[in-house]
Ligand binder design. Structure first.
Ligand code: NAD
Length: 490
């Protein structure tokens, strides 16, 4: 697939600072590749500390006016952005498939999902409210008002290049914050196209600023924002080690942080579950984006009395999945993002087999005639709980099946991880449903449901999966602080 869109102006290959499309100060660029065949599709600026500083300067200059723009007007501008994103969903979806690899239908689906956050926060903006507090002392008026925190730095991963940008920028803008953003180095083009549409929607110059950076130059960009006292918040989605590093380094300027980090989601199938529904839920949840989703099930625990039936039904479905590039319109599983990701997945499979796991289907790289990044959808049975597949986030189309015998035992297994993003279980027993939902140590629980993310619901983790919530009525809180006003008598 080549980089051609019906609207070619969506292909932006420069930084966006203070309303201008510009190269990096240092003049360097880096390549963006199609993971389907490793061909370079574009090059974008490899930004420096100075570029990042200029972006923050622009965001700070725009903050005062944006903060005082009526919330209703901010909402209207977001609505215009939403309409433009929706009307370009085919082009934007194709761009995602090109640089990220997911099938075309999923690329388009991600655009609709991203747009839903823009629309949601467009509608939340006019609902920002404070409180009038009953005074404790005669003659006083006491108020709690909500204010935007200021300039927000947004750093996003490659697996959902549109949704992650929208889920952070829309609440920031609705709250009255201005933004500096750095998209993932693998997938900057989708973010730049979205920003082009935000510009077209009329969002004023300086309110959104974006700089691109390679893996090597990213620390310099991050360092500029971490040190900058004008940047009051960092909103980060990515791996737990980088999240911890940002938490440590932002301590010096005490920035507010939202961290959406890695997961290790358990998926439990009890003996009283509807097995066909559980297979359906697992297929939808696990194989979206080739398993490269932070909330997708990483370990599957099946009660021993239904283990063989469930494994048989699942294997049948997984064997029928079609692997291939987005250019093949019937592809269901695209390439992994890069060869590092493939190496990690193959290492996890080998480790599980060495520890006694049995491959029921898949287990190898495929379509190597096209490119090195395709992994066969895989199911393994009797995977040991100390295997890397169960201990670490694999981020690939691999399902490890583990047996269990009792409810307490499986809850212990599910919670035995530093992560706490999502958890899923299938059961037909209402008492068990509430017991298990209470006991799972995760920020999100899918109960007889595999696809849970929605703009109307709070998304985020606990434990080492981070803190902060995106989407829903809670999603604005992370971008605002509360100011207390106390008036004495005149
Ligand atoms: P990553 O942490 O390597 O990169 C994420 C972003 O951080 C990228 O933009 C990257 O350039 C940037 N980055 C890398 N090093 C940095 C540094 N030193 N300082 C500042 N920024 C830096 O993660 P990834 O490989 O791109 O994404 C996969 C991870 O993201 C997985 O662990 C996945 O679970 C997680 N994720 C979480 C969620 C969620 O909502 N919880 C959603 C999607 C992905």
């Amino acid at each position: 697939m080549s980089l051609t869109l019906s609207r070619s102006s969506l292909i932006r290959t420069e930084n966006f600072i203070a309303g201008h499309w510009v190269g990096s100060d240092g003049g360097s660029t880096f390549g963006v590749h199609n993971p389907a065949d490793l061909r370079q599709i574009a090059s974008v600026p490899d930004s420096t500390h100075d570029d990042a500083w200029q972006a923050a300067d622009s965001a700070q200059s725009a903050f005062k006016a944006w903060k005082s723009t009526p919330a209703k007007r901010r909402g209207q501008l977001l609505k215009q952005w939403h309409a433009l994103v929706m009307s370009h969903q085919d082009d934007l979806g194709r761009l995602i498939s090109l640089e990220q690899g997911k099938p075309l239908a999923e690329g388009r689906g991600e655009i609709q999902y991203a747009a839903s956050y823009i629309e949601w926060f467009a509608e939340e903006a006019p609902r920002i409210e404070g409180d009038l507090i009953e005074p404790s002392v005669d003659g006083r008026r006491m108020l709690a008002v909500r204010e935007p925190v200021g300039v927000v730095a947004v750093v996003t991963p490659w697996n959902f290049p549109a949704a992650m940008i929208a889920r952070k920028m829309a609440p920031a803008l609705a709250a009255g914050c201005t933004v500096v953003a750095k998209p993932a180095e693998d997938t900057p083009l989708t973010s730049l196209a979205l920003i082009h549409l935000a510009e077209e929607a009329g969002i004023p110059a300086g309110v959104i600023n974006v700089v691109c950076a390679s893996r090597e130059c990213t620390p310099a960009v991050a360092d500029a924002w971490l040190r900058d006292t004008r940047v009051r918040k960092i909103s980060f989605t990515g791996s737990t080690p980088v999240g911890k590093q940002l938490a440590r380094e932002s301590a010096a300027t005490l920035k507010k942080l939202s961290l959406e980090l890695g997961g290790n989601a358990p998926f439990i199938v009890f003996d009283d579950a509807d097995l066909d529904a559980a297979v359906e839920g697992l297929m939808a949840s696990k194989f979206r984006n080739g398993g490269q989703t932070c909330v997708c099930p990483n370990r599957v625990y099946v009660h021993e009395t239904v283990f063989n039936t469930f494994a048989y039904k699942l294997t049948d479905r997984v064997a029928a999945l079609r692997v291939g590039p987005a250019s093949e319109t019937d592809s269901q599983i695209g390439p992994m993002i890069n060869t590092r990701a493939v190496e990690k997945i193959m290492k996890h499979i080998d480790d599980a087999v060495a520890k006694g796991g049995k491959i029921l289907v898949g287990g190898q790289q495929v379509r190597t005639d096209i490119g090195p990044n395709y992994v066969a959808p895989t199911v393994l049975a009797d995977v040991s709980s100390d295997a890397q597949l169960c201990q670490e986030e694999t981020f690939g189309p691999v399902v490890p099946l583990c047996r269990f015998t009792g409810e307490e035992e499986v809850i212990g297994m599910a919670n035995n991880t530093p992560y706490g993003l999502a958890g899923y279980f299938y059961s037909g027993n209402i008492s068990r449903i509430w017991r298990v939902a209470d006991a799972l140590e995760t920020g999100i629980v899918g109960i007889n449901e595999g696809v849970v993310a929605s703009e109307v619901a709070p998304f985020g983790g606990i434990k080492e999966s981070g803190y902060g919530r995106e989407g829903s009525k809670y999603g604005l809180d992370d971008y605002m602080h509360i100011k207390y006003l106390c008036q004495g008598s005149l």
